[in-house]
Design a protein around this ligand. Structure first.
Ligand code: FES
Length: 149
């Protein structure tokens, strides 16, 4: 991938998940074997665009796709420990949402926090919790294998 492909001419628009008319539940985003160890994928079939990755100890994490710094796709980044490093300026984002490393900087901007999503893996499928009101995940919540907007 060239630098040109990583730099959007305009910052990409992160879809507003609050506009999605979907019931709360666990939405299937991939088969388990779609994401190998230390790999990331981009998911568009969700109320907003997300990156999902499998980090250290096979821990799954998900964040909004576009980097809060200048909008690069985090799915093009490198999985590192439990986080993902942006391909553009190499800020490293934790699976919980805050940026936890900015190369060559003494401090991390307080606003460098992105939205995280709860992920679960069950019977060979990877699910991400969605509730447009922002309620936390219910492990017994409904599993929805087909997304219909
Ligand atoms: S765009 Fe991600 S670190 Fe700059």
């Amino acid at each position: 991938m060239t630098d040109q492909e990583l730099i959007a001419p305009d910052l990409p628009e992160q879809r507003d998940p609050k506009k999605a008319q979907l019931k709360p539940g666990w939405y299937k985003v991939a088969d388990s074997n779609d994401i190998g160890s230390m790999e990331a994928i981009q998911v568009d079939d969700f109320p907003t665009q997300i990156v999902v990755w499998r980090g250290k100890d096979d821990q799954l994490s998900a964040l909004d796709l576009y980097c809060r710094h200048m909008g690069a796709s985090l799915a093009c980044g490198e999985v590192e420990e439990d986080g993902i490093r942006c391909p553009f300026h190499a800020w490293r984002w934790s699976g919980e949402g805050p940026c936890n490393e900015v190369p060559y900087a003494k401090r991390i901007p307080p606003k460098a926090v992105t939205r995280s999503w709860e992920v679960d893996e069950l019977d060979g499928s990877i699910y991400v919790w969605f509730d447009r009101d922002g309620n936390s995940a219910d492990l017994n919540g409904e599993r929805i294998d087909e997304l219909s907007f």
